[in-house]
Design a protein around this ligand. Sequence first.
Ligand code: X5A
Ligand code: ZN
Length: 819
Amino acid sequence: MRTALVYHEDMTAPRLLWEDPECEIECPERLTTAMGLLQQRGLEQRCLRLAAREASEAELGLVHSPEYVVLLRGTQALGTEELQALSGQYDAVYFHPSTFHSARLAVGAGLQLVDAVLTGAVHNGLALVRPPGHHSQRAAANGFCVFNNVAIAAKHAQQKHGLHRILIVDWDIHHGQGTQYIFEDDPSVLYFSWHRYEHGRFWPYLQESDAVAVGQGQGRGFTVNLPWNQVGMGNADYMAAFLHVLLPLAFEFDPELVLVSAGFDSAIGDPEGQMQATPECFAHLTQLLQVLASGRVCAMLEGGYNLESLSESVCMTVQALLGDPAPPLSGPMVPHCSALESIQSVRAAQVPHWTSLQQQDLTPVLSPSTCTPEGRPSPLLSGGPEFKVAAAQATAALSALLDQMHLRRTPPVRTAVSLTGLDAALALPSDILHQEGSALKEETQAWARLHEALAKDEPVSALGKVLYLLDRILDGQESSSVAATRAPAAAATLDMAIRCSLSRGAQRLLCVAVGQLDRPPDLTDDGYAPCVMCPSSPASLWVPRRNGWVGQRGPGNNARRVSSTEGQHFQHPYPQTLPHLPTLEGEWAVTHTHVSMGPLSLKRRTLWLNIRGKEAAALSMFHVSMPLPGTTGGFLNYLLALVLPLAYGFQPDLVLLALGPAHGLRDPQAALLAALLRAPAGCRVLALVDEESTPQLAGVLAQVLHGEAPPCLGPFCVASPEDMQALMHLRGQLEPQWKLLQVAGETGNKAPADCLGPWGTALLQSSEGRGAHVLGLGCCPEPVHSRATRIVRLFPAPTSLPGPGGLKSARVGVFTPQK
Ligand code: X5A
Ligand code: ZN
């Protein structure tokens, strides 16, 4: 089995025996509710269940002083008043007669989990424990924590399993100062924590929680603190923190094991955190961590006090550990200004210690937008009356959100991978499907007629297989597939796959083409112009609808999917993915009296990324070409600082990953690319692999798309200056539109015209002679209703745009987005 779930009912025993508004949130229902939902969702049944054992006193001694352990042992026999008196000696702690037993089970659960993962019994797992651990110190209980479960697990992994590099990711919303103190001079443990900080005004009110605390002595650079100076941080902020801070350092560190201090008080609705990350965010964070350390991820529960948010988030984490696709992230992928300032400050503090940061432009930290104490509301006191009101409001907001997101209805789709062409020599795990089916011959031939290359060179059977695999992904039968393409037909096959996906109702298609594969000349950001969509079929009919294009599928036998004229939508295979996302069409509705839109929908349907040997160019925000970096460091930088921010910003519902002729990727690079692209796309990926590639490459892609961890990239090697320059160039161009690329707060001195960057995508131009009132449309996934007007500088027209002569040069137009 893949995932362990470690638990013991006895850990529900400790409870608060007296009045204490600060401590009452740490209650037994935290565990029972989370376990209950895991069972109800059928997730618990899919895990290897391990009953937690008590840690020995020797194991506690890996971190804690003998005197402290003796003191705790003594609490078992104390009466309520004595317990209360002892509790009062610590900050935010309560003891119960069952505390010692429960705390030993919590430590033991972590040890069992680490043993199960490091002996290979499972790939990963979660320990659902109480009391939590990350505030606990060598000789002190603190913040509901008695023993430091994660720290003891790390020491155990080093001593019993001989590990040399362990990463601890503390996504609890409080600073795990206990863990920080234990490892602050230890370079073998990289400790990352983000936490509500508010410039020191939030518990535990420590200076050493700030970004400038980077560790001591040998351990300098191995403590990474990301303080949030405002509440309300959400999915985009957490994603930016992972992409721009944690992951670059983690890849450079190259851990052998990832321990997660998995507190869910960082999730929406939590009374302590007051943050806004939705439960599925934890599935994404977990997926991202699984590309490290061969997928050896051990998560241990820390905080999390909104029972509904906690249990949903726990389920999302377990689903991701099991390899299930993650639901798409909700909300605009636009980090908060204060979050960017925090990210900037931690990158600046860490830059001396990490080569992967050294090559990037790190502008000095400007006064953060939040640093003036005047006028800021004083922090809510835990347990106080205002705190309760805020908590009730948050809970109501959360319930509404969960209902609206249909989270409960997200089906677990197990990834299956189909192979064709290259599979002869492959030994794949038995749960990866070898798919031999093919699309109907007439349908295949109809598509093949679109391309000379296909009609002439490609055996119809190979094409039919690709179509069949794609069809099954779009129908939800498989998540992902791998197919072989022959070099002369690679571009045409990809083109056909794009057309087919769009015609089948894919709303946003991310095409990542590696090697000699150019964007099909008639593909625009919106998809294809209707007239070229299905030239072979006279029945082809494309009708613009409020929500995009609805139309008949051209060739073949798929008339059953044709929507009726009244029909709002295509019969969409994954309807749960998009309801929360405002369409760009809605956002950017240019008043139609000003602009005659012609046949183009405003919704951007394709994002084209070409990774190849030569140029770095952004022809539009949806058409980006980048060189293939020469080193591991360069490759990682590209993935984390460019490809993933774009992919998460775009939120594709399908990825076409084409490794064309001369793609130049080594197998581990291709595997990492596929593993990372899988996350933002709900695991829907069709990989087209050049037939000249080795069967091993197809095999490793199949495994990664199936949810296995990618193989090691090899030794970290810094990016070349040329690669970094090209990356900077692209980022600079794209950052104004793709906000997830940002790594620093606004400098505040930007001209208004630059709000949307050096170019917006021109959809229309005025005809010759009326050039003075050119209208432009900035394409930007950020919500704009807040602004009355936008100024957009036009970009020279891409060749695919209609209109005589293209645009002359940059001209500025103003428009008012419709409400
Ligand atoms: C594990 C954890 C929080 C303590 C908060 C005290 N502790 N106000 O979340
Ligand atoms: Zn916490």
